[in-house]
Write a protein that binds this ligand. Structure first.
Ligand code: FES
Ligand code: FES
Length: 179
């Protein structure tokens, strides 16, 4: 049994330790917001935050995340309660087919949690592992800059920050979830 925190809740998973985290989240825990793309750590579609760092869940063995904090797109926001970044995403009209988008938002959230005044090259570096076949890159950059400005002006919130900061998660209500 492997335990970790997923979006603030403790989950216990009965799976071989070398099972990719992506399969555990999608198939054992039935959380389908994170997508499978290449399966080789190359496209970023499967990005999740592991202790706040954007990571490729398709090549991450679940045993490597024991007792760590995982945040997926579901922990960042939803249509009824979107993060500042997600609002900026919609206003900038970023999504096309949508397939890469949860991974893009995860990586952008990680960037903004560390840097609310990113330069073009900061954004390029942070987002370089997220491939978009629809070519939404200019709008991704615009959305990140708009969200960063809102965060600097105190107009926004980065909901995921609460979920991958262990000091904050300790105060969140936790619920045991069995796979
Ligand atoms: S599916 Fe994981 S990086 Fe492509
Ligand atoms: S929006 Fe289609 S792959 Fe990025």
């Amino acid at each position: 049994m492997i335990s970790f925190k997923l979006n603030g809740q403790t989950v216990n998973v009965d799976a071989p330790g070398d099972t990719p985290l992506l399969w555990v989240v999608r198939e054992h825990l039935k959380m389908k917001g994170t997508k499978f793309g290449c399966g080789m750590g190359l496209c970023g579609a499967c990005s999740m935050l592991i202790d706040g760092v954007s990571s490729r869940a398709c090549i991450m063995p679940v045993q490597a995340v024991a007792n760590r904090n995982i945040t997926t797109i579901e922990g960042i926001g939803n249509p009824k309660m979107m993060s500042t970044l997600q609002n900026a995403w919609v206003e900038a009209g970023v999504p096309q087919c949508g397939y890469c988008q949860s991974g893009q938002i995860v990586s952008a959230t990680a960037l903004l949690s560390q840097n609310t005044n990113p330069s073009d090259s900061d954004i390029d570096n942070a987002m370089s592992g997220n491939i978009c076949r629809c070519g939404t890159y200019p709008n991704v950059k615009k959305a990140i800059k708009n969200a960063a400005a809102d965060l600097r002006n105190g107009k926004g919130r980065l909901q995921a920050a609460q979920l991958f900061d262990p000091r904050a998660t300790s105060s969140l209500e936790t619920q045991e979830v069995q796979s």
